[in-house]
Design a protein around this ligand. Structure first.
Ligand code: SAH
Length: 419
């Protein structure tokens, strides 16, 4: 288990001037244009190129605003690395694959995965592996470059679609992009850990007059304060994003997540591969989940925009729908079930046996509890996968319906079998 990381974020991230700058910018916009959608507000607060939270702060880790599973324990990334290897084997060991991570944060997850790939180098020796990171934050991409390459990167490489490139400590080429569409086509394994929850959502409220969109406006009562209002009539979003059969009274929709999952599904359908999505979320049942985090505490989403992480639960039923049947989907299943299926208990035993001091053993047990305890991340986080249809369909069955030979189970969602 790694010690907490993230030192250095704190010093430069605080200060009222930053919050005021973002708030001033929003107040000017709102005065000029009237209320904006929650999606526009969230996009500005998180990824505005000058003052956005991820652009400037991105406080992931114990000394930041929120901690994620890969930052808690190296075991998490190792098991995900094994998931990709297991799928690579199940799909007949293709000669090359790209590992594409969306929103890599500090780069820790990819680093742990690369360590597994390196340990299994003999297995992968004939496979051409490359890493492709989709990251909008210049600050976080610098941290990723440091973590993965030791800082040896080239900006503006001749490959125009990538804005940076380098070679990992284990000798694997790494490229950085701002958009998934810039990533070259080809057989790819996609990874999105706590990525979709950071994408902008629209919020809707059912009223006696029909659906209305929740908007962000200036509070006329309190100077420099924002408030939520309802659109006076329906908006293009209420017309397009609410399903006729919707039964909830309050709904959040993330169209950007829908567009991205559609792109992944198209790519997997055409070129092969798989996508693993891990996030907190629900299957189309929850209502008001929009919230802010700062210094590991809940933070009013409308206060000091740009200084807190804003997030909303991922609606996996919406992601499934947006694949439009181009791929098969698995999950969502709870993190503790996924990690158990991946063999976390065995891995913990090995690490405990190999650790000499009590402090390390305690740390290992503590991080295991954080990942697996239903009250911590065990039940809140879910795993969801996209796979080509043929991966789950038994080719034998087509011709011989009586055949009993099963397709290899997909690790994590079933038993892990490494043959
Ligand atoms: N996966 C990491 C980090 C999660 S935080 C972890 O689990 O530790 C969300 C990440 O997504 C950050 O790296 C943030 O900069 C990035 N991000 C947010 N919006 C994005 C967008 N629209 N496009 C690409 N990356 C984005």
């Amino acid at each position: 288990a790694r010690p907490s990381s993230g030192a250095g974020d704190r010093e430069e991230a605080e200060g009222p001037s930053r919050a005021t700058a973002m708030l001033r910018h929003l107040l000017l916009t709102l005065r000029a244009t009237g209320p904006v959608t929650v999606a526009e507000y969230m996009r500005e607060a998180l990824t505005n190129p000058g003052q956005g939270y991820y652009t400037r702060r991105g406080g992931i880790g114990e000394s930041g605003d929120f901690v994620t599973s890969p930052e808690i324990s190296q075991v998490f990334g190792e098991l995900i690395g094994i998931w990709y290897i297991s799928e690579w084997i199940a799909m007949g060991k293709p000669k090359a694959f790209q590992l594409v991570e969306l929103g890599p944060g500090r780069g820790t997850l990819t680093d742990d995965i690369l360590r597994v790939f390196n340990q299994l180098a003999s297995l992968l020796s004939k496979c051409d592996v490359s890493i492709h990171l989709v990251e909008v934050s210049p600050k976080l991409s610098e941290i990723q470059a440091m973590m993965l390459t030791g800082g040896k990167v080239q900006s503006n490489p001749e490959n125009k679609s990538a804005y940076m490139k380098g070679i990992s400590k284990t000798g694997i080429p790494i490229f950085w992009y701002r958009d998934i569409q810039d990533v070259p086509l080809g057989y790819s394994f996609y990874l999105a850990h706590e990525f979709f929850d950071a994408l902008p959502i629209h919020k809707f409220q059912r009223t006696e007059k029909g659906w209305r969109e929740v908007l962000v406006d200036i509070d006329p009562e309190v100077p420099d304060q924002l408030r939520f209002v309802l659109s006076p009539s329906s908006t293009p979003a209420t017309e397009n994003f609410i399903q006729p059969e919707e039964t909830r009274d309050h709904v959040e929709v993330c169209p950007e997540a829908g567009v991205i999952i559609q792109r992944l599904a198209c790519r997997i359908e055409k070129d092969g591969g798989a996508a693993l999505v891990a996030d907190y979320g629900h299957d189309g049942t929850k209502t008001d989940t929009f919230r802010g985090f700062r210094n590991h505490k809940l933070h009013d989403v409308l206060k000091a925009p740009g200084t807190a992480d804003l997030t909303a639960d991922v609606d996996f039923s919406y992601l499934r729908k947006m694949t439009q049947g181009r791929t098969a989907t698995l999950g969502p299943i709870k993190q503790r079930e996924f990690l158990k299926n991946m063999g976390i208990d065995l891995r913990l035993q090995v690490l405990l046996q190999n650790s000499r001091d009590t402090a390390t053993r305690e740390q290992l047990l503590h991080s295991y509890d954080m990942l697996m305890n239903p009250k911590e991340m065990g039940d809140r986080f879910n795993f969801f996968a996209l796979l080509p249809h043929h991966r789950l369909a038994d080719p034998e069955k087509k011709h011989k319906p009586e055949s009993k030979s099963p397709v290899a189970p997909v690790a994590g969602f079933g038993e892990l079998l490494l043959k």
